[in-house]
Design a protein around this ligand. Structure first.
Ligand SMILES: *[C@@H]1O[C@H](CO)[C@@H](O)[C@H](O)[C@H]1NC(C)=O
Ligand SMILES: *[C@@H]1O[C@H](CO)[C@@H](O)[C@H](O)[C@H]1NC(C)=O
Ligand SMILES: *[C@@H]1O[C@H](CO)[C@@H](O)[C@H](O)[C@H]1NC(C)=O
Ligand SMILES: *[C@@H]1O[C@H](CO)[C@@H](O)[C@H](O)[C@H]1NC(C)=O
Length: 960
């Protein structure tokens, strides 16, 4: 076979090249948009094989999340093709086994999460390659033990989470982590450890946080210096752990010790331990009554002048009336009384003499009110910065309730049941910056409510029952930056209800009952407002408006108008968004809009994010040019809009668009040129579209499969509308490419060509074919070899080919002159020497091949006889193709050029060879001429049959 030409190589290379570059879609994973193919998530797939999930991911992957999959086992080398992985989440699958080399080659991996799986053991070399691993979570599995040396390779490990397993042997754990010089956090909570007994090895000095909560520890049983370097030690919920266990144990570096729900008696413990008393977390240590607390204070005071934080969670403290914290050392940080049963904090008089506290926290108690406190004769707590009463049952807040804490910056009253907020409640709080009143039952706010909070920056009033914003409510909040009024029942603002908010930047009014957008309010914020959330109100337009209510909001970047309740916006005035040149994101989802005006978005030249998910009523038509000015748009969500079709012009100028979500629409096809007009597109969601698998979509199929930069989300799961068993990505498009016109053209061309060729071939090759046929036939019947043999010893000197009409000349002139008359040539004449009963063609072939020469006696009659022609053909074949000069031409009568012209082959022979002209009897000296003729003929017959140069020269003599 001939080797391929360069062009062919080029073609083959191009084909392979196309396949290598190929498409950019994945079977089971989604590349996070904007992550530049570095973050992938593969959630809730049905595949049990991790290879099926990760095989088609590119090398560039850095973050990979594989969760909620029915994976059971991770085989060897599963991730070798992803050497750049840094974060790998494999949690919440059903893994129970890893092959030893499952994580081979992940040298860059930093974070590995294997929690919430089912494995009970691990193989020793599993983490061998993870030299750069810093965070490993094995939490929530069924580990009983792990092999020694399992963490041998992971010497950069910083955090190891083993919470919620079935580990029993602490000694083994210590052994396997003792060499981890960078280990900081070790979480062993919720296992079944009974003691901290360990052999000779110790914990790494770097280990600062050790969590041992919810085990079965009853004693520590460790070396006395074992915990010498630990900062945070969590021993909570070891129900059997008693005070004596700490006897002599060095706890001097501890900054925090949790002893909740143990048998440890605090007073006794402080007596026997060298711990810094300020480091103990007194939560859940049974300090229930005032006397317990005061006793603790006394002990603390003997050891410390001041203490930073005091935490007293879960002590069942109900009543602080008789508690005097003045006996305690000075508290300089926070006092946290969360998770107790306090009903009242009684104007903080139990804090008497503790003026240094900065933060007071009483979450999750039963506080029912914050009383009027002006009468109390107490020094104010000037250092107090934050008050936190979240998660209580506070119903009322009295006047001057915070008078003793005039300097607080942060006040959290959210998640209570405050219905009665005295208008004077917040008086005096001039430093307040953050006020959380969300999730209460407030109905009214008054002009006085925030009168003195001039420094307030953030005010949360979400999820109350406010229905009207009265005139002047916020008039002094000139520093307010964020006002969250979402989730109320606001129907309207009184005249100048929003006045005074000179710095307002973010205004949340979502989830109220506003019926219209009253432009007069927003004028006030024209230079400051950046975020306006009007989602889920009852705004509805009935007709076009001539001016935009937002026109003056020059700095607005985020506008939400989604989900107007009951009816939706209905009409989208084409002027609604006029002037919003700074807008970054716009939400219009769920709005029953009847018609999207093609110029609605014309002014949004800065828009980056637009979602129209389910924005419209029924079937939507996107008109050409609707997005024409959105040159900065990067994300466009057109989900569930009832789109049936759209043209290329719709996406005209979206040159920055990267993410396009069109799922859940009703179009059967998508014009590929529309997609191709989005040069930066890299994330295309076409799920749940009834794409038809017909020729109409052949280019779309090709685009989705081969486009090198566009990820089509779960492309290989898209099904054909007609037949749910067929997949869109590989439906058969071959038939589409057979164009009937082309088909007709080529078949007609072929027919014309053949009809032209056949006569030509007939004329040109008739004899060759015929001859070949005979040769073939005789070759088959074994004649051929015999003929060749005969030729070698040549039975005859010449075969005479002549026409019957020239027989007289042959018999009377030729025969006597060649066979007699001194010459002894042996001639083959057909009437004399042909075998009887043999096929005449065989006879001719045999005669030609068993004679050294073939003498053709040319006459006009000869030319007309077919058999004579066959003889000429055979001889000339030997002349031209076998290069044997066997043919001698004798021209008996003059033949004109015209007569010769129809015997093409004969003419060719005569041009190639010289021939002998029989002089006849007409010339002047016939006898002499005839004698010369015979001499020439005899000489010619004697000459060899090989065509050679000298022979050619010699042949010149024959010319007449
Ligand atoms: C990978 O995830 C981390 C943490 O979730 C994130 O900070 C980082 O930006 C992500 N990297 C890439 C390339 O997306
Ligand atoms: C850890 O990662 C850094 C780059 O992040 C790399 O240079 C280094 O070789 C890795 N270390 C090991 C032990 O592979
Ligand atoms: C904890 O270990 C003890 C033996 O040390 C065993 O009896 C008990 O069943 C284990 N508990 C759990 C929850 O595995
Ligand atoms: C707290 O205790 C005092 C006296 O011990 C009592 O008068 C008061 O009613 C108690 N307060 C509450 C809220 O139970």
């Amino acid at each position: 076979m001939a080797s391929p030409t360069p062009q062919l190589w080029l073609l083959m290379f191009a084909v392979v090249g196309v396949q290598l570059v190929g498409g950019y879609s994945f079977h089971n994973c989604i590349a996070e948009p904007h992550s530049n193919r570095k973050s992938f998530s593969c959630k809730c797939r049905r595949d049990e094989h991790v290879s099926a999930i990760v095989n088609d991911l590119p090398r560039s992957v850095v973050n990979l999340t594989i969760i909620f999959n029915p994976l059971r086992r991770i085989p060897n080398n599963s991730f070798v093709h992803l050497p750049n992985l840094q974060n790998l989440r494999l949690d919440q699958n059903q893994l129970s086994d890893f092959d030893s080399l499952a994580f081979r080659n992940l040298h860059q991996l930093k974070y590995l999460n294997l929690s919430f799986n089912h494995f009970s053991e691990l193989r020793a070399s599993l983490f061998e390659d993870l030299h750069n691993l810093t965070d490993l979570s094995l939490a929530n599995n069924k580990l009983k033990k792990f092999p020694e040396g399992i963490f041998f390779g992971v010497h950069n490990l910083n955090t190891l989470l083993l919470r919620n397993n079935c580990l029993i042997n602490f000694s083994e754990i210590v052994k396997s982590v003792s060499h981890l010089k960078k280990l900081k956090t070790l979480d062993l909570c919720s296992n079944n450890l009974t003691s901290l007994h360990h052999s000779n090895v110790s914990l790494p000095q770097s280990l600062s946080m050790l969590f041992l909560c919810r085990n079965n520890l009853h004693t520590l049983g460790c070396k006395l210096s074992f915990l010498k370097f630990v900062n945070l030690l969590d021993l909570s919920n070891n129900l059997r752990l008693h005070t004596k266990a700490f006897q002599g144990v060095d706890l001097s570096s501890l900054r925090s010790l949790r002893l909740k729900s143990t048998k440890v008696k605090i007073a006794k413990f402080l007596n026997i331990s060298n711990i810094n008393a300020g480091s103990v977390d007194f939560s859940g240590t049974g300090l229930k009554t005032p006397s317990h607390i005061m006793e603790l204070c006394k002990i603390l005071k003997t050891r410390l002048k001041r203490i930073k934080h005091v935490r007293l969670h879960y002590n069942g403290i109900k009543n602080l009336t008789n508690v005097k914290l003045s006996h305690c050392p000075k508290i300089t940080g926070f006092l946290d009384l969360s998770f107790n049963g306090l009903k009242s904090i009684e104007c903080l008089h139990f804090l008497y003499n503790q003026a240094g506290i900065t933060k007071f926290i009483v979450e999750h108690n039963h506080l029912s009110s914050l009383p009027y406190c002006k009468k109390q004769k107490m020094f104010p707590f000037k250092s107090l910065d934050e008050l936190n009463y979240r998660y209580n049952r506070i119903q009322s807040v009295g006047a001057w309730a915070f008078i003793q804490t005039p300097n607080i910056r942060i006040l959290k009253l959210n998640i209570n049941t405050i219905a009665l907020l005295h208008p004077k409640a917040f008086l005096g709080l001039k430093q307040l910056e953050l006020l959380r009143l969300d999730n209460n039952l407030l109905t009214d706010l008054y002009q006085e409510t925030f009168k003195e909070n001039v420094n307030l920056k953030i005010l949360h009033l979400r999820n109350n029952r406010i229905s009207v914003i009265f005139k002047g409510t916020f008039c002094n909040l000139k520093n307010l930056n964020t006002l969250d009024l979402g989730g109320n029942k606001i129907t309207h603002f009184q005249q100048s209800g929003l006045d005074g908010l000179k710095s307002l930047s973010k205004l949340y009014l979502d989830g109220n009952n506003l019926k219209q957008i009253d432009s007069s309010f927003y004028y006030a914020f024209q230079d400051t407002l950046t975020v306006l959330d009007l989602a889920s109100n009852q705004i509805r337009f009935f007709k076009e408006k001539s001016i935009s209510p937002f026109a003056k909001l020059r700095k607005l970047t985020d506008l939400k108008l989604n989900g107007q309740r009951n009816y939706g916006l209905t009409v989208l005035p084409h002027t609604l968004f006029r002037g919003l040149h700074s807008l970054n994101s716009l939400y219009l989802t769920h709005n029953n809009i009847v018609h999207l005006p093609p110029d609605a978005f014309d002014d949004l030249t800065g828009l980056r994010f637009l979602t129209l998910d389910n924005c419209c009523a029924g079937v939507t038509q996107l008109e050409p040019g609707i997005f024409k000015n959105l040159r900065n748009l990067t994300t466009l969500i057109l989900e569930n809009m009832g789109l049936q079709n759209f043209s290329k012009e719709v996406f005209g100028n979206l040159t920055q668009l990267r993410v396009l979500q069109m799922n859940r629409n009703v179009m059967q096809s998508i014009p590929v040129d529309a997609l191709e007009s989005l040069p930066k597109l890299n994330y295309l969601d076409l799920r749940n579209i009834p794409l038809s698998c017909t020729c109409q979509n052949k280019f779309l199929q090709n685009y989705t499969v081969n486009s090198p930069n566009v990820q089509v989300v779960y492309l290989y799961n898209l099904i054909c509308q007609q037949d749910k068993r067929l997949k869109f990505h590989n439906f058969d498009t071959k038939v589409c490419y057979i164009d009937l016109g082309k088909y007709m053209f080529f078949s007609t061309a072929a027919a014309v060509f053949l009809f032209t060729l056949i006569p030509l071939l007939y004329v040109k090759l008739y004899w060759k074919i015929k001859y070949s046929y005979y040769v073939f036939r005789s070759w088959f019947s074994d004649h051929w070899s015999r003929l060749r043999e005969k030729e070698e010893n040549c039975k005859y000197d010449a075969f005479i080919s002549y026409n019957f009409s020239d027989e007289e000349w042959v018999m009377n002139e030729l025969l006597p002159n060649l066979e007699g008359n001194g010459s002894f040539f042996k001639l083959c004449l057909h009437h004399r020497d042909f075998e009887l009963g043999r096929n005449i063609v065989d006879n001719i072939v045999s005669a030609v091949y068993s004679s050294r020469k073939t003498i053709c006696v040319l006459s006009r009659n000869f030319l007309r006889s077919e058999w004579c022609s066959l003889e000429i053909q055979l001889a000339s074949y030997r002349l031209f193709d076998e290069h044997r000069d066997v043919l001698l031409l004798v021209v008996l009568e003059p033949i004109s050029e015209r007569q010769l012209s129809s015997y093409h082959r004969m003419r060719k022979v005569m041009l190639k060879k010289t021939y002998l002209q029989w002089p006849g009897s007409d010339c002047s000296n016939p006898l002499q001429a005839q004698e010369l003729f015979w001499n020439k003929l005899r000489r010619a017959m004697k000459a060899g049959s090989k065509l050679e140069r000298e022979e050619d020269d010699e042949n010149k003599d024959f010319e007449t």
